[in-house]
Ligand binder design. Structure first.
Ligand code: BES
Ligand code: ZN
Length: 963
C-alpha cells in the first residue's frame, strides 16, 4: 500500500496548507490592512500595520519574492509565497534572509564518509568541507535538509574556532553558524559535521529503492537523486550550482554489495564484521547537484571507448542481458561527443545504472548516470524499435550533459535551459551517430519543435530566461520551454550560423568556461566571435530567450511581390490568464526567414532573408509557382499565407505532394490546423488539406494531421456528428492501412506509421482492424511468448479496449509478472484503455498501492486514464481526492505534478470544468506544477471557445465531405 512510502522529508506544500487553515492568505492580509487604515482613530494600530507592510516588502524584496502589492493584484491567492517570518527551529530569529547563500565563504573540497544501513533504513555520515574565506565574515550559512546534525567543528588553519550559535531555518533549508569572531579574507577553514538521517522510499535525496528478483525476493539499494536541490538531504553542503568543489568519498557497505560514486574506487578495506569500506578517487571541480553514490547488489557489463574511458552498465542481475544496447550507445556516443566538442571526456569512467524507483527518465550525475529502467534496458525479443530509440535518446541526452551542464554549468537555475535545451539539441546529434536510420532530423519536428510551439503559444508561457528563487520555482522550470524551445532556438541558431562556425563557437565556449559556470550571454559571446558572417548572436538571440512566445510570419503574395510581416502568435487571444511576463522587445523578433520557391518544373530553391524586428519583402522570378516558408523546419516560428497561396499549396499537395519533403508537408499541416485553432484560418482549410493524405505514405505528415484531427474529434466527442469525423478519417487511412499491412517491415518511420494508423483505426472502431488485433490478442493469451514486439503495443490496447473483464485481468497479471521494463510499460498503458468505468476506477485505486503500481508510475497511470474519453472525469476526481498525497510524494521533484495536472485536465472543454479546476487550485497549492495550472486553465478556455466558434463549420464540412 501507499503506506509503504515513509517520507520524512520536509513538505513545504503540506505545511503551507495546514497554515492556511488558520491564517489569511497574503492578498486577504493586504485587504485587511487597507481596512484598518480607515480607522484613523487607532493611530498606533495604523503605524504598526505600516511598519509591518514595510517589513514585508523588504523581506520579499530580499528573497526575490513579489511584494504584497503585487500579490493583491492577482486573482488567485498565492499559497506558495507565505509571509516570511524567518523564525529558526528553536524560535529565535534566523538572521540570514535570503534563499541564496552568502558568498563570503567558498567551498573548495568536500571529504564525505557515509555509512548507509539498508536493513535499519538509516544512514550516518561525516563531512569535512574545506572552504576559502573570500570576504571577512563571522557567520556561515549552508544547506541541510532533514539531517540530524550531532556535532560541528570549525577550524581555521588547524585552530578551533568556537561556534557560538547554530540555527536552522526549515523553509529555506539552511543552517546558520555564528562564530566567536570574524575570519579574515584569504584564510582556509575546515567545517566538520556529523549527521544522520532516515533512508526511506522516496524519489529524491539519498533514498531507498527496491526490486524483486526472479525468486520473488525483495532486494534493496540506496541511491541518490540530487538535482535540483536535494544534495542537502544527503550531507550538509553549499548546494548551489556555482559553488563548485572537489569531492572525496568513502562508503561503508555490506560485503555482498557494491558501492559506486562519480569517480572510480581506489581501495576496499575490511570495516567491522561483514562490512567493507570503499574509498574513491577525488572528483574534478563540480556542482553538488551532480554528486551521486549508490549501494546495490547489481551485475554489470563493461567496454572501453577508443580514448580509454571505461564504460559500464549496472542493472539487477536478472536483467543485465538487456543492457547491451545501452552500452553500445554509450561508447559510440561518447566517442562522437569527444570529437564534436573537441574536448575529451575528462573522467576515467562512465557508469550507467538502472534504478528500479526513479522520478524522471534519467539523471546526468558526472560519471555515474542513473536511469529509469525503461530508459536503459532493451530486449530485442520483447521491445519495439521505438523502445530502442528511447534508450538511445536518453543515453545521448545524459552524455551531452557531461559537457553541457557538468563541465560548464549554469551560474544559477534561471539559465537552466543552457543545460536542458542544449542537451536536448545535442541528443539528436548523438543518436544520429549510431547510424540507425531513425531519421532524427525529421523526428526533431515531432518530438521537440511542435511541443515547444504548442506550449509557447499560450499566455501562460514564460521566457526561456526566467527568474527562479526557491526549489518549487526551480523544479517548475524543467518544462517544455527549457527543453524543447531551448533546443529549437539553438537548432535555428545553428542553421543561420552554419555548422562549422556553430561547432567551433560551442567548443570555444566549453573550453573557456570548463570546470566553471556560465550565463547565457557567455554562450552568445562565444558564438558571435566564431561567426565568420559577423552575426551579432546576442542581439538576435535575446529576442528568442528574453521574451516568451514566437512570431507568425505572414506571407502575402501579389504576383511577383511577396510581403513578409511578423506578429506575435497566440493560440487563443481571448485567454483570461494574466501574463506573468512583459516583452522587452514589444513582441518583435530577429527572424531568419528561410523559404523555398518552386518553379513550374517542381524544382525548389532555398533562400533566406532576415526580418530584423520588422517586416520584409521579396521579389520572385516570374517562373516561380509557389513559395513555402520555414523551408526545412529549422525556424522557431509558424508561417501563414494569403488565401490564394494556401489554395496553391493545397493544390500542389493534391497534384504531387512529393515536391515537398515530408517535414515540409507536416509543417504545412501543423500550421494550418494551428491557425484554425486561433482563428487566423478558416477550419475548412486544414480539413481540405487533409484530403491528399489518401496518397501520403510518410509518417510525419500523417502524425501532424492525426494530431489536428484528434483535437477536433475531442471537441465534438459528445455530439452525434463525431461519427462523421471517424468515417472521414477512416476513409482517408484506408489505402495506407492496406499498403502497410500487419507485417513489421520497412524503415523506422514506416513502422511508426503502421502502428499509428492501426491505433487510430482501433480507436475509431474499424471492424477489420479490430478483429485482426483482437485475434492476435487471443493468440498472445494462449502463448505470451509469441508476439511481434513492434505491434504488441496496439495489440494489448485492442485486447483491453474490446475485451472483457477477464481479458483486462489477464493483462494485469501479465503486467505484474513481466520483467522487461518497456513491455511492462506497454501493459500498464493498455490497462487504461478499458471502456468500463468501474474497471478504470479500480485501476486508479491500484495506483495508490505501491505493490502494484510503483510511485514512479502513478503519473503515467493517471494520464493514460485521463487520456481515455471514458476515464477523463474519473482521473480528475482521483487527482482531487488524492491531491495531498500526490503533493507529498512528488512535491520535491520536477515533471510529475505538472504532468498530472496537464494529463487530468487538458481535455476538458466546458465552463463548468474550467470553474471546477480553477476553484480546486485556488484552494490547493500546486507547488512545482503552478505554471501547469495556468496552462491547463488556458487550454480549457481555448477548448470551450473552439467548439462555440468552429463546431458548426466543422460539422457542415464533414456532412458534405463524407457522403
Ligand atoms: N537533468 C535531467 C533530469 C532531472 C532534472 C532529474 C531535474 C531530476 C530533477 C535529465 O538530464 C533529463 O533531462 N532527463 C529527461 C530525459 C531526456 C531524454 C529528456 C527526463 O528525465 O525526462
Ligand atoms: Zn537533461
Amino acid at each position: 500500500m501507499a503506506e509503504d512510502i515513509e517520507d520524512v522529508s520536509f513538505l513545504p506544500g503540506d505545511s503551507l496548507n495546514r497554515k492556511s487553515l488558520y491564517e489569511p492568505s497574503i492578498p486577504q492580509r493586504c485587504r485587511q490592512l487597507v481596512c484598518s487604515q480607515r480607522k484613523a482613530t487607532i493611530f498606533v494600530v495604523v503605524m504598526g500595520v505600516f511598519i509591518l507592510v514595510i517589513a514585508l516588502i523588504a523581506a520579499f524584496a530580499r528573497s526575490g519574492s513579489r511584494t504584497c502589492a503585487d500579490q493583491s493584484a492577482e486573482s488567485k491567492p498565492s499559497k506558495s509565497t507565505p509571509v516570511e517570518d524567518y523564525i529558526a527551529t528553536n524560535g529565535e530569529k534566523f538572521p540570514w534572509r535570503d534563499v541564496r547563500l552568502p558568498t563570503s565563504v567558498s567551498p573548495l573540497e568536500y571529504d564525505i564518509h557515509l555509512h548507509p544501513n539498508l536493513t535499519e533504513r538509516k544512514f550516518s555520515g561525516k563531512v569535512t568541507i574545506k572552504c576559502k574565506v573570500v570576504k571577512s565574515t563571522d557567520f556561515i550559512v549552508l544547506h541541510s535538509k532533514d539531517l540530524t546534525i550531532s556535532k560541528i567543528l570549525l577550524t581555521v588553519e588547524s585552530v578551533e574556532k568556537k561556534i557560538t550559535k547554530k540555527l536552522e531555518y526549515i523553509k529555506n533549508e539552511q543552517m546558520y553558524l555564528k562564530l566567536e569572531s570574524s575570519i579574515p579574507v584569504g584564510k582556509n577553514i575546515l567545517i566538520t559535521l556529523d549527521f544522520e538521517a532516515k533512508l526511506v522510499k522516496k524519489l529524491s535525496g539519498f533514498y531507498l529503492s527496491s526490486y524483486e528478483d526472479s525468486k520473488k525476493v525483495t532486494r534493496y539499494l540506496a541511491v541518490t537523486q540530487f538535482e535540483a536541490t536535494a544534495a542537502r538531504e544527503a550531507f550538509p553542503c553549499f548546494d548551489e550550482p556555482a559553488m563548485k568543489a572537489k569531492f572525496s568519498m568513502s562508503i561503508v557497505r555490506d560485503k555482498d554489495y557494491i558501492s559506486l560514486f562519480n569517480m572510480p574506487r581506489v581501495s576496499s578495506k575490511p570495516y567491522k564484521e561483514n562490512l567493507v569500506l570503499d574509498q574513491f578517487q577525488q572528483s574534478v571541480q563540480m556542482s553538488t547537484y551532480l554528486v551521486a553514490f549508490i549501494v546495490c547488489d547489481f551485475a554489470s557489463i563493461t567496454n572501453k571507448t577508443k580514448a580509454g574511458t571505461d564504460v559500464t552498465v549496472y542493472a539487477p542481475r536478472d536483467q543485465i542481458d538487456e543492457a547491451h544496447f545501452a552500452l553500445h550507445v554509450a561508447v559510440t556516443v561518447l566517442e562522437c561527443y569527444n570529437k564534436l566538442f573537441d574536448i575529451p571526456y575528462p573522467l576515467p569512467k562512465q557508469d550507467l545504472v538502472a534504478i528500479p524507483d526513479f522520478s524522471s527518465g534519467a539523471m546526468e550525475n558526472w560519471g555515474l548516470i542513473t536511469y529509469r529502467m525503461t530508459a536503459v534496458l532493451y530486449d530485442p525479443k520483447h521491445s519495439s524499435t521505438r523502445d530502442k530509440e528511447w534508450v538511445a535518446i536518453v543515453v545521448a541526452h545524459e552524455l551531452a550533459h557531461q559537457w553541457f551542464g557538468n563541465l560548464v554549468t549554469m551560474e544559477w537555475w534561471d539559465d537552466l535551459w543552457l543545460n536542458e535545451g542544449f542537451a536536448t539539441f545535442v541528443e539528436y546529434l548523438g543518436t544520429e551517430s549510431l547510424k540507425e536510420s531513425w531519421a532524427m532530423e525529421n523526428q526533431f519536428f515531432e518530438l521537440t519543435l511542435i511541443p515547444a510551439l504548442k506550449r509557447d503559444s499560450l499566455k501562460s508561457s514564460h521566457p526561456i530566461a526566467t527568474p527562479v528563487h526557491n526549489p518549487d520555482q526551480i523544479n517548475d522550470l524543467f518544462d517544455s520551454i527549457s527543453y524543447f524551445k531551448g533546443a529549437s532556438v539553438i537548432r535555428m541558431l545553428r542553421s543561420f550560423l552554419g555548422n562549422a562556425d556553430f561547432n567551433s563557437g560551442i567548443s570555444n565556449y566549453l573550453k573557456k568556461y570548463k570546470y566553471s559556470n556560465a550565463v547565457t550571454n557567455d554562450l552568445w559571446q562565444a558564438l558571435s566571435e566564431a561567426s565568420k558572417q559577423k552575426i551579432d548572436v546576442t542581439s538576435v538571440m535575446n529576442t528568442w530567450t528574453k521574451q516568451m512566445g514566437y512570431p507568425v510570419v505572414t506571407v502575402t503574395r501579389q504576383e511577383s511581390k511577396v510581403s513578409l510581416t511578423q506578429s506575435r502568435y497566440l493560440s487563443f487571444h481571448n485567454s483570461t490568464i494574466k501574463e506573468e511576463f512583459q516583452s522587452p522587445f514589444s513582441y518583435k523578433w530577429h527572424v531568419p526567414f528561410i523559404y523555398g520557391v518552386m518553379d513550374h518544373n517542381g524544382k525548389f530553391t532555398q533562400n533566406k532573408i532576415w526580418l530584423h524586428m520588422t517586416s520584409a519583402s521579396v521579389d520572385l522570378d516570374s517562373n516561380i509557382k509557389l513559395i513555402k516558408g520555414n523551408y526545412g523546419n529549422s525556424g522557431y516560428y509558424r508561417v501563414n499565407y494569403d488565401t490564394g497561396t494556401w489554395q496553391t499549396l493545397i493544390q500542389q499537395l493534391n497534384n504531387n505532394h512529393k515536391v515537398f519533403s515530408q517535414g515540409d508537408r507536416a509543417g504545412l499541416i501543423s500550421d494550418a490546423f494551428e491557425f484554425a485553432r486561433s482563428g487566423l484560418l478558416n477550419v475548412t482549410i486544414p480539413l481540405q488539406m487533409t484530403k491528399y493524405l489518401e496518397n501520403e505514405e510518410d509518417y510525419l505528415p500523417w502524425s501532424s494531421a492525426i494530431s489536428g484531427l484528434t483535437y477536433i474529434k475531442q471537441r465534438i466527442q459528445d455530439r452525434d456528428e463525431v461519427t462523421l469525423l471517424k468515417k472521414y478519417v477512416l476513409k482517408l487511412m484506408e489505402n495506407q492501412l492496406k499498403r502497410l499491412g500487419w507485417k513489421s517491415e520497412g524503415e523506422y518511420l514506416t513502422r511508426r506509421l503502421r502502428t499509428l494508423l492501426i491505433y487510430v483505426a482501433l480507436e475509431y472502431g474499424k471492424q477489420d482492424v479490430v478483429k485482426k488485433a483482437t485475434d492476435r490478442f487471443k493468440q498472445w493469451m494462449k502463448n505470451t511468448d509469441q508476439i511481434d514486439p513492434e505491434l504488441q503495443d496496439v495489440i494489448f490496447d485492442a485486447g483491453v479496449m474490446y475485451g472483457s473483464e477477464a481479458d483486462w485481468t489477464f493483462v494485469k497479471n501479465q503486467y505484474l509478472t513481466v520483467l522487461v521494463p518497456s513491455k511492462k510499460k506497454q501493459l500498464m498503458k493498455a490497462l487504461a484503455k478499458s471502456k468500463d468505468d468501474s474497471i478504470l476506477a479500480r485501476y486508479l485505486n491500484y495506483a495508490l498501492d505501491s505493490k502494484i503500481i510503483k510511485h514512479q508510475d502513478i503519473a503515467t497511470v493517471i494520464n493514460y486514464v485521463g487520456g481515455n474519453t471514458d476515464g477523463r472525469l474519473l482521473a480528475w476526481r482521483f487527482v482531487q481526492r488524492n491531491w495531498q498525497k500526490l503533493r507529498k510524494w512528488f512535491g520535491d521533484v520536477p515533471f510529475t505534478l505538472s504532468s498530472i495536472i496537464e494529463g487530468s485536465t487538458s481535455e476538458f472543454s466546458t465552463q463548468f470544468d474550467l470553474e471546477e479546476v480553477q476553484k480546486f487550485f485556488q484552494e490547493h497549492d500546486a507547488g512545482p506544477g503552478t505554471r501547469s495550472v495556468q496552462m491547463a486553465l488556458e487550454n480549457i478556455q481555448m477548448n470551450t471557445q473552439w467548439l462555440e466558434q468552429n463546431g458548426e463549420t466543422v460539422i457542415t464540412w464533414l456532412q458534405t465531405n463524407t457522403t
